[in-house]
Design a protein around this ligand. Structure first.
Ligand SMILES: [Zn+2]
Length: 137
């Protein structure tokens, strides 16, 4: 693939430091990008763009002590819930947990609610009730 900018260089996949803006805050993210061998012009492929969104969100989350994508996935997986079940459990739209795991930063109140509801003894009881309600519905 030739560079769109200088039209002479080759675009090569490289680990790069990119800037991102999350909730109005400028952050630096390490992730893969296609970089021109000649002029340094950078573009992201679709998969790189998805990884960049998650990496940017996680830099912000770590800085602000919020659950990361990996932790959110672990919580949902420990509760053995689908996106739909997890969304019902938190009383949010089904799209929300999908968006969080794709790199949209959850708000602070939601982060706290997830932590509280992921507390295992409480969670087990809640899950039992939810599953029986879903079976009835
Ligand atoms: Zn170039």
């Amino acid at each position: 693939m030739n560079c769109f900018q200088c039209e002479a260089g080759q675009m090569i996949s490289k680990l790069s430091t990119l800037k991102a803006e999350v909730r109005g805050e400028s952050i630096a993210v390490r992730c893969r990008a296609m970089v021109c061998s000649r002029c340094g012009f950078q573009v992201l492929t679709d998969p790189q763009s998805s990884a960049y969104a998650i990496a940017s969100a996680d830099v912000y989350r770590i800085k602000h002590d919020l659950l990361t994508t990996k932790q959110l996935k672990e919580i949902r997986s420990n509760l053995n819930m689908s996106f739909r079940e997890f969304a019902k459990y938190l009383k949010v739209s089904e799209a929300s947990p999908k968006r969080w795991e794709a790199g949209l930063v959850q708000d602070d109140a939601m982060d706290e609610l997830i932590r509280l509801k992921a507390d295992l003894p409480t969670a087990r009881e809640n899950v039992k009730q939810l599953k029986s309600r879903l079976r009835v519905a």
